[in-house]
Design a protein. Structure first.
Length: 296
């Protein structure tokens, strides 16, 4: 595999590590099966691409996209907390609604950004090629997002959010407003996903209505692979694990699709994803059986 392909896989892996952090909050910390991700990822791309194409500042467009994702997550939480709709169904309803909302925002199925300025073209140093500069800039974004998330989850509010997912009944007994924690957690989760969508649209040269298909599967794959690589209950290691999981996942995908002897093509992407997730789920159990056999 060429250096260009490796850096491309790293670039996409870093973007989807933000998705993985969002999925970590909803699925692992809040125990909330959130399919809104498949709608909030293209929502971020749609808002950012549309604003940039209208001549707005790319940085402000990215911030607006992140805020739009937070609103989407907030509505999902509101459907569950206030209207008492089952968590999975609430996220499915929001995902379906976001498809039409994204079309409304873009006004058409896709918005190109080929000739438009982006945060990457503005910040790119003159002495670096774009395929080298983008992963470096994304690495800084991911590190900052991880450290801020680690800090937030270590605060009193963050601890209350984690307690809500671990034991809601006990949390309510301790005076925690679990409904508010779910709303805030879902907003934060989908804000990270929408940020990833906004950055993805700017790296790929535009936003498309179908760019969110399978996003939740990729996020879950990153979380599962990361937990298999770095099994730990420490917060710092948990967030680091999902970031590494997203990068490793994309490297495996790139390796599989660029290996001529395997014979895989682009349409086999979902199949490769299913196989990787299956292996990540099975390997920990195989390890336990091996260690138990040795212990006997």
């Amino acid at each position: 595999m060429s250096m260009f392909s490796l850096l491309g896989a790293l670039e996409i892996g870093l973007i989807f590590s933000l998705v993985a952090l969002g999925v970590l909050i909803s699925f692992r910390l809040l125990r909330f099966p959130d399919l809104t991700v498949d709608g909030s990822f293209p929502l971020g791309g749609a808002v950012a691409a549309t604003l940039i194409s209208f001549g707005h500042d790319p940085f402000l467009a990215t911030i607006a996209a992140t805020g739009a994702g937070a609103v989407a997550g907030l509505f999902t939480g509101w459907l569950n907390v206030r209207l008492r709709i089952m968590d999975l169904l609430a996220s499915i309803l929001m995902m379906i609604a976001l498809y039409s909302i994204n079309l409304r925002i873009m006004g058409k199925p896709n918005v190109p950004l080929i000739m438009e300025p982006t945060v990457f073209s503005i910040l790119q140093p003159a002495f670096l090629s774009d395929y080298v500069a983008r992963p470096l800039m994304l690495l800084v974004v991911v590190i900052v997002a991880k450290l801020l998330l680690d800090w937030f989850l270590s605060t009193q509010t963050g601890l209350a959010l984690r307690a809500t997912g671990a034991n809601p009944r006990m949390s309510r007994a301790q005076g925690v407003n679990t409904g508010r924690m779910i709303l805030g957690g879902m907003a934060l989760s989908n804000a990270l996903v929408a940020l990833a969508g906004a950055l993805f649209a700017q790296t790929q040269g535009g936003a498309d209505i179908s760019m969110g298909i399978g996003t939740i599967v990729i996020g879950l794959a990153a979380v599962i692979v990361g937990e298999s690589l770095l099994p730990s209950r420490r917060l710092f290691m948990m967030t680091l694990a999902v970031i590494l999981g997203a990068i490793v996942y994309r490297f495996f995908i790139a390796l599989a699709l660029n290996s001529d002897f395997i014979g895989l093509q682009a349409q086999d992407l979902n199949l490769v994803t299913a196989v990787l997730v299956t292996l990540a789920l099975v390997l920990p159990n195989v390890k336990r059986r091996i260690f138990k056999g040795r212990g006997r």
